[in-house]
Design a protein around this ligand. Structure first.
Ligand SMILES: Nc1ncnc2c1ncn2[C@@H]1O[C@H](COP(=O)(O)OP(=O)(O)OP(=O)(O)O)[C@@H](O)[C@H]1O
Ligand SMILES: [Mg+2]
Length: 253
């Protein structure tokens, strides 16, 4: 039996007194890919933000246990060091800091936390090269300042590259940007497919059934009005694509 990696129980969260998450229950095991779909404004990005530990959201109830530890009491940095990857925990743009230097700092922090020795410069560059090849990122991207002047697709590539470098146990990917083209979707999908193994897990938030053609999820959830109202296999995503969300809304209003 695969071990439970993350367990979310009756999670409720608000922003500025407005209730957004209204009791989320979700359990993800090692080796699994879960997808969350749902209409605009249902709380998908809020869930991702709460998991990332963004302080603007107030958790009013429930628990999140990650590898047996209380995750809600951890800072975003601690969550990251414990093996959680949330793309937007990183600053959107860091002018003047190259991706190489940024990643070196992040990788060393993680290694220190695990009690590993620092990498030599050549070991680090070798690791960068391996991961670049794995996620098929052009070398020139890594020499640019973090996210400065990046297009949406380039930001996405960089995110997937960061994920590859940090080798997380659990990654949350929020694909809210409807501007992503099919290539960007494919980059995300390839990244997940190449990085997934028996010991890690992914939570992919998406509007696109298309993305789920590339990343085949083990479990699909529908979030509506702050709650998971339906859970199924990959066929649920196809059903949603075909029928839209009206039937979900009718069942739950
Ligand atoms: N900072 C904020 N201030 C006020 N309301 C917010 C804030 N962030 C989110 N909300 C509200 O919370 C609700 C859920 O938003 P959220 O971004 O989680 O939805 P979503 O499911 O990710 O939607 P989408 O599919 O459009 O990405 C929305 O009604 C939104 O307006
Ligand atoms: Mg969103």
């Amino acid at each position: 039996m695969a071990k439970t990696l993350i367990s979310i129980k009756n999670l409720k969260a608000s922003i500025e007194g407005k209730k957004i998450l209204k009791g989320i229950n979700l359990e993800i095991k090692e080796g699994e890919v879960h997808a969350i779909m749902g209409p605009n404004g249902s709380g998908k990005s809020t869930l991702a933000s709460v998991l990332a530990g963004r302080e603007i959201y107030e958790v009013t109830n429930g628990s999140v246990t990650f590898q047996g530890k209380d995750m809600l009491s951890m800072s975003p940095e601690e969550r990251s060091r414990e093996g959680m990857f949330l793309a937007f925990q990183y600053p959107v743009e860091i002018p003047g800091v190259s991706i190489t230097n940024f990643m070196k700092a992040a990788v060393e922090q993680h290694r220190e936390h695990k009690g590993l020795e620092q990498l030599t410069p050549s070991e680090f560059l070798k690791m960068m090269q391996e991961k670049k090849d794995l996620v098929e990122i052009e070398a020139k991207l890594a020499n640019r300042a973090v996210n400065t002047g990046f297009s949406g697709g380039e930001k996405k590539k960089n995110e997937v590259f960061q994920m590859a470098m940090l080798e997380p146990k659990f990654a949350v990917l929020d694909e809210t940007d409807s501007g992503l083209d099919i290539d960007a979707l494919r980059i995300v999908a390839n990244g997940v497919n190449k990085l997934k193994n028996k010991e890690n897990a992914f939570l992919v938030i998406t509007h696109y059934q298309r993305l789920l053609d590339y990343i085949v999820p083990d479990v699909v959830h529908v979030l509506y009005n702050g709650k998971i109202v339906k859970t199924g296999g990959k066929e649920l995503a196809l059903e949603l694509e075909e029928k839209g969300y009206d039937w979900i809304k009718k069942e739950n209003d």
